[in-house]
Design a binder for this molecule. Structure first.
Ligand code: TMP
Length: 209
């Protein structure tokens, strides 16, 4: 039985999730509260190996359903090996991407059937959903320009998709947000990073104290 708290961060590429995750982790540590931060795809060695395959710009031949199934496989391994045991122990986990990424990217971006993705997500997670999802919303052109400018980040296979594709992904997120307003909270990621972090913390504090 799940006893811990699961928070996911979602958003288009370049929305600043990783920086927010780091800041949240530091905040919790400074306040002597244990949190585990992790990411998808990846988080454990088998899932990180799957991540390499998915994001390798050389893998231009990858079929869309193969891509989806690799994300789902990575999700299952990460969940079974890391997330579920930690939640069972009552720990708090903050995850950089989770189930909504597959719906937004493979469903709305690639055009795969959302009902089938929901089923696969349910299969991979045994029906686990985050207690809270912070959705960092940002104009896709701004996000992609941030990635292009970043010295820490090479554009991966998905970053290299068209602007239209990234726009569909964002619309996907906005559709999920409208469908599950209790679980997802929108954060304006066009603000300065400090404000994005402050807004994210305020939502967490309001929800969980
Ligand atoms: P990241 O750059 O935020 O670590 O995520 C890697 C890429 O994988 C990003 O472009 C979003 C994409 N992605 C999907 O397309 N489907 C998924 O299910 C997940 C978890 C990520």
């Amino acid at each position: 039985m799940k006893k811990g708290l699961l928070i996911s961060l979602e958003g288009p590429d370049g929305s600043g999730k990783s920086s927010v995750l780091e800041a949240l982790s530091n905040f919790f540590q400074e306040n002597k509260q244990e949190v585990i931060t992790t990411r998808e795809p990846g988080g454990v060695p088998i899932a990180e190996a799957i991540r390499q395959i998915i994001l390798d710009p050389k893998n231009t031949a990858m079929d869309e359903k193969t891509e989806l199934l690799l994300y789902i496989a990575s999700r299952r391994q990460h969940l079974a090996e890391r997330v579920l045991p930690a939640l069972d122990k009552g720990e708090t986990i903050i995850m950089d991407r989770f189930i909504d990424s597959s719906v937004a990217y493979q469903g709305f971006g690639r055009g795969l059937t959302v009902e089938e993705i929901n089923w696969l997500n349910h299969y991979a997670t045994d029906g686990l959903k985050p207690d809270l999802t912070l959705y960092l919303d940002l104009d896709v052109e701004v996000g992609l320009a941030r990635i292009a400018k970043s010295q820490h980040r090479e554009a991966d296979r998905l970053d290299r998709e068209s602007l239209d594709w990234h726009e569909r992904v964002r619309q996907g997120y906005l559709t999920i947000l409208a469908a599950e307003p209790d679980r997802l909270v929108k954060i304006d990621a066009s603000q300065p990073l400090d404000k994005v972090i402050a807004d994210s913390l305020a939502v967490i504090q309001e929800r969980f104290g």
